[in-house]
Design a protein around this ligand. Structure first.
Ligand code: AMP
Length: 282
């Protein structure tokens, strides 16, 4: 695996690969890698692409200073995992390579409705930062495919919209399944910060999502939502939202609708840590 830290070098590397007829599969991350990230590398490899993974802890997408300061960093371990996964290129830029004139000089995008609900409403400026960094990374890497995790459902929609707004027809966005721990907890870099006691109840979020899925058609969503909020609270969470939305455009739904593609989404705090998860209703 080659580790590249500056824009000129990675552009040259990718240009050379493309001249040989290779296509890039790009997996942007913020590091503290786990099997969820690695599953994206594996998918890109299965698709026959050469894999470019970036690790960049993007300061502009953190609306919460503590979250940024306490975000786990483990570059040595990340490199080991990427080597084992057969990743070909690790792009590991400093902030000055991504925002040479400072973030204020780097273009941002308006995601309209998507930025006003759920994560957008609770984390002001978050998607602005996500759009800013992903646009910049896409311009640098110019990948054939971009691999994202369904775990961040709304982020996937934002990035899809970004690619459409920027008319990047050469980039295919692939959303890959959420990888979970044995108890259903969605893998997340933030899970590393959970205490043993917090970790032991963290699977409750997924259990709630599964119960929402199983009760569609037999109960009102308002009742199921209240049950989930009560269960989460009893386990020590502070739920932020338990929501139901149209899976295609995230229109918030007051109740289940037969025949409509739907997704259930939860955000909840446990101590200082905010966890999110979702399940597309089958
Ligand atoms: P992050 O490092 O949290 O910015 O995540 C980088 C990419 O990995 C994003 O596309 C995430 O959606 C994806 N990802 C994070 N956790 C998981 C998971 N448990 N399963 C699948 N993909 C994930």
């Amino acid at each position: 695996m080659v580790i590249i830290k500056n824009v000129t070098d990675i552009q040259q590397y990718i240009k050379n690969k493309k001249a040989l007829g290779c296509k890039a599969g790009f997996i942007p991350t913020m590091g503290a890698l786990h099997s969820g990230h690695i599953s994206l590398i594996e998918k890109a490899r299965q698709d026959g692409l050469f894999t470019v993974c970036s690790i960049f802890l993007n300061p502009t997408q953190f609306n919460n200073k503590t979250d940024f300061e306490k975000y786990p960093v483990s570059v040595e371990g990340d490199i080991e995992l990427l080597l084992n996964a057969g990743c070909e290129v690790l792009f590991l830029p400093p902030v000055s390579e991504i925002y040479p004139g400072g973030p204020e000089q780097t273009e941002t995008y308006d995601f309209g409705y998507l930025d006003t609900i759920l994560e957008g409403a609770r984390r002001p400026g978050h998607f602005k930062g996500v759009g800013q960094v992903v646009a910049r990374l896409l311009d640098i890497v110019l990948p054939h495919c971009l691999y994202l995790g369904q775990k961040d459902y709304q982020q996937c929609m934002v990035i899809n919209k970004l690619v459409t707004m920027r008319d990047m027809k050469d980039v295919t966005v692939k959303v890959c399944p959420t990888i979970r721990e044995a108890d259903g907890l969605a893998m997340s870099s933030r899970n590393r910060r959970l205490t043993e006691a917090q970790r032991s109840v963290a699977g409750t979020i997924y259990q709630c999502l599964v119960s929402i899925e199983s009760k569609q058609g037999s109960a009102r969503f308002a009742i199921v939502r209240k049950e989930c909020e009560d269960i989460l609270t009893a386990k020590g969470f502070v739920p932020e939202y338990v929501a139901l939305a149209d899976a295609r455009d995230l229109t918030l739904l007051p109740d289940f609708e037969a025949g409509r593609p739907m997704v259930a989404l939860i955000a909840a705090w446990i101590g200082e840590i905010r966890l999110i998860d979702n399940v597309v209703l089958g």
